[in-house]
Design a protein around this ligand. Structure first.
Ligand code: FIX
Ligand code: ZN
Length: 413
């Protein structure tokens, strides 16, 4: 074993760069989902992160912006964020990392040339290329049974590509029960807005049908920053009386993404959601009282990160994952990952991409890997200072746990 600091840095760096990732939360779809699979330069440029940044500079009205075609929106965003100002934000740099990794000339600033590249691409070849460049083994989708485009695909041929794994997302049911009820009725599940035993058993039947139909790796919900459990809301009753018992029976984790404030600026549409601090007590309560269940949890606010980590030390049924959304920036990933390693060793999932556009896998993982590698180099170097001898295989084992192994073990597959 060569425990010299330079050698450790090289071993850790190589392992982080070479280890394939299971990306446990994305908004990507396989080819079977047709228009839901987004890729290419115009989709990259019209990502909602960039729309929010553009509108800070732009003087066009929200209505004018939304009335533009996707190509015209992309032209506008390119001009405002990349030509009239320097593209140094994380989301802007992400677009350039993608182009650069694809071998395109970012110095040319020639948007139409980039468009030509993508229009000559076959989508199947492109999916292979992106997974390869990003070093991603598989991604977990966000599958909403209430989505009218997704629904018929599940009723027919399903995802059809094992690199795209299903996750059953229940936001409609848990965050707007009044909207879920008429749809459930239309599908033949006899649910009513006021809860009775019949409604609860019909919701359980609905969920069971979907578990069997799509075989999700987890069930998921994004929760508002003021999420409280238990309370007297439909959400609490659905979680405690339908979701958790069923998930325990099927040995499937419940993923909670906590801390969103939806539509703070509705004019920005998807870009108008924000963040708020949440109360960790609800997570503690769930872990302490539902001991047959497993919880995957990420929280959105910076302020919640430390207490979430401490809670994971108390409950092995709690798996902390990712630096979500406004935390998916190098400075935040650095700080949060350092703290997690210090408190949890390697028993957490450091990152997910949340990619909405296929190509984003390339930049989100390249940027995250860079930061995670630096954190781990520091930690293994500190370890070496104690005289502990570490082998290359042990480093690779640990990084495989972080990037895929812990998740696979946690979901039991
Ligand atoms: O609720 C979620 O899964 C969020 O990640 C998204 O809805 C959000 O819009 C997003 O894209 C964040 O990265
Ligand atoms: Zn997401």
């Amino acid at each position: 074993m060569n425990n010299q600091p330079n050698n450790i840095a090289e071993m850790v760096y190589n392992a982080v760069m070479d280890t394939k990732v299971v990306d446990i939360h994305t908004h990507l779809f396989s080819r079977n989902f047709n228009q839901l699979l987004l890729w290419g330069i115009d989709d990259l440029l019209t990502y909602h992160y960039l729309i929010a940044e553009t509108m800070r500079w732009s003087d066009i009205t929200y209505d004018e912006f939304w009335s533009l075609s996707k190509k015209d929106q992309a032209d506008h965003i390119w001009r405002v964020l990349f030509i009239e100002h320097s593209p140094i934000s994380e989301a802007c740099q992400g677009v350039l990392t993608v182009l650069n990794e694809l071998g395109l000339d970012t110095a040319s600033r020639n948007l139409n040339q980039y468009r030509e590249y993508f229009s000559s691409m076959d989508v199947s070849d492109y999916i292979d290329k992106v997974f390869d460049l990003a070093g991603v083994e598989s991604v977990v989708m966000t599958n909403d049974p209430f989505d009218h485009v997704e629904y018929p695909v599940w009723m027919d041929k399903g995802a059809g590509d094992s690199r795209f794994q299903p996750a059953l997302r229940l936001d409609v049911m848990l965050n707007s029960w009044e909207n879920a009820v008429p749809q459930l009725k239309q599908w033949g599940y006899m649910a009513e807005t006021d809860f009775g035993d019949k409604t609860l058993s019909e919701v359980r039947r609905f969920l069971k049908d979907w578990i069997v139909r799509i075989r999700p790796v987890y069930m998921a919900v994004s929760l508002p920053s003021d999420f409280v459990f238990p309370d007297d809301s439909p959400r609490s009753r659905l979680i405690s009386e339908c979701i958790l018992p069923l998930l325990a029976e099927f040995n499937i984790p419940f993923a909670m993404m906590i801390g969103v404030k939806r539509s703070v600026n509705p004019q920005l549409k998807l870009a108008g959601d924000s963040v708020g601090r949440s109360n960790i007590k609800s997570v503690e309560y769930l872990c302490a009282n539902y001991t047959e269940n497993k919880f995957l949890v990420t929280m959105l606010s910076h302020e919640n990160q430390h207490e979430l980590c401490v809670t994971a030390r108390k409950f092995r049924s709690l798996m902390v994952f990712g630096c979500w959304w406004f935390l998916n920036n190098p400075s935040m990933i650095d700080e949060i990952t350092r703290m997690r390693v210090e408190l949890l060793g390697t028993s957490f999932i450091p990152q997910h991409s949340d990619a909405r556009i296929l190509d984003q896998l390339v930049y989100k993982w390249k940027h995250s890997r860079r930061v995670i590698a630096n954190v781990l180099i520091d930690k293994y170097s500190d370890l070496a200072q104690t005289g502990w001898q570490i082998s290359n295989d042990e480093i690779k084992r640990d990084i495989a746990d972080l990037f895929s192994g812990s998740f696979k073990t946690f979901i039991g597959r």
